[in-house]
Design a binder for this molecule. Structure first.
Ligand code: FE2
Length: 364
């Protein structure tokens, strides 16, 4: 596999722009077991925004809301609803990330900045990607803190139990009609990512809807970005529905890895997280296809978890329903037992399930 053009060590954090950061943070704390770690707002010198930082193992999420109706955050939320604004990548050379990506066609978002506090400094460069989404390159080489300059420790009396979420496995971008290849090329040219797998409407379609997808990945495998675009079907696909409601391209889902999906999903369901329903028929021949799950099949079925295999092993996965008002962003929970693929064998069952929800929403 070709070498990456820029040094990336995985995802640093994902930042959402939301209508109300406090409630989004609380929801992730209670429903997904994220722990409160950082706060930034008027008390820390911010005038136009408030941010809550939460963490679970290697996953850091930031929820930012606006204090000012004329801020870019308010405008982003008015247009897109709650959604991913920043996909921040870890690097040890933010200048190189900026120089190489912009030399190869990426558009700078903000000039490179150095943020300082008592723990040292963090250098941040940034470029635009699909839609209004932005990549930040975060260089913590000269920083000893575990938050970010501008954040203070966030203490809360409410203790929530972690739910076994370990790291970000992949993040998916939904792009507009005919744009998939353009954005796949973007990741190839600017970062050196290579296509890992490609799916077209023959792989991902039902009687009604279809999509195309290509997985772009860094050579290290630490960063994996499937890029989707809608494909023509008899009715409107979930990608088209997303584009219509998000008002353009954006992050469709973040896949969170766990070592024990049964435990993670059991706990999330108990806290009210809604997942896509899977028909009983899906499980009829499952143990023949994937005998490894035989002794757990009853709970897998009860929790509506999906299972797939490739030549390296198998994987278990499940998808939440959209976690905000618009039918846009959702989470995937994934447990890999050797498999390196993305659950192609489940696409059809998933699409049929999503179509049932789309039908209820009147958007199919
Ligand atoms: Fe996924």
């Amino acid at each position: 596999m070709a070498k990456d053009l820029i040094p990336l060590q995985g995802t640093d954090f994902v930042e959402f722009y939301v209508g109300d950061a406090k409630t989004s943070a609380f929801y992730h704390q209670v429903a997904f077991g994220f722990q409160p770690v950082g706060y930034s707002g008027m008390e820390t010198g911010q005038r136009d925004r408030v941010s809550y930082m939460l963490r679970q193992n290697k996953i850091t999420l930031i929820f930012t809301g606006s204090l000012d109706a004329s801020s870019e955050i308010a405008a982003h939320v008015a247009k897109h609803g709650n959604g991913v604004k920043y996909i921040a990548l870890k690097t040890d050379d933010a200048d190189k990330c900026h120089a190489v990506t912009t030399a190869n066609g990426a558009k700078e978002y903000l000039p490179t900045e150095v943020r300082k506090d008592e723990f040292g400094e963090v250098k941040i460069s940034s470029i635009h990607t699909y839609g209004d989404t932005v990549h930040l390159f975060i260089d913590r080489t000269n920083y000893k803190g575990d938050l970010l300059p501008g954040f203070e420790k966030w203490e809360t009396e409410m203790k929530t139990e972690e739910m076994g979420l370990k790291y970000i496995d992949h993040m998916v971008g939904n792009t507009d009609w005919g744009d998939m290849q353009k954005w796949a090329d973007f990741y190839n040219k600017t970062m050196g990512f290579e296509p890992l797998i490609t799916f077209d409407e023959n792989d991902i379609s039902t009687e009604y809807t279809a999509l195309k997808s290509v997985v772009m990945a860094s050579s290290t495998g630490l960063v994996r970005y499937p890029i989707n675009e809608p494909a023509k079907g008899k009715k409107k696909s979930q990608i088209e529905e997303y584009i219509n409601f998000y008002k353009g391209a954006g992050c469709q889902h973040v896949a969170l890895a766990t070592d024990d999906i049964l435990m993670s999903v059991r706990k999330m369901r108990a806290k009210g997280v809604e997942f896509l329903d899977i028909p009983d028929t899906y499980y009829e021949d499952l143990t023949e296809r994937i005998p490894e799950v035989k002794d757990k099949i009853e709970e897998i079925k009860a929790l509506s978890i999906l299972v797939d295999r490739d030549d390296k092993g198998y994987l278990l996965q499940i998808f939440t329903k959209p976690i905000e008002d618009r039918p846009t962003f959702f989470y995937e929970i994934i447990q890999r037992e050797g498999a390196e693929s993305f659950g192609k064998g489940n696409f059809k069952a998933l699409f049929v399930s999503i179509e049932r929800d789309q039908e209820r929403r009147g958007t199919l």
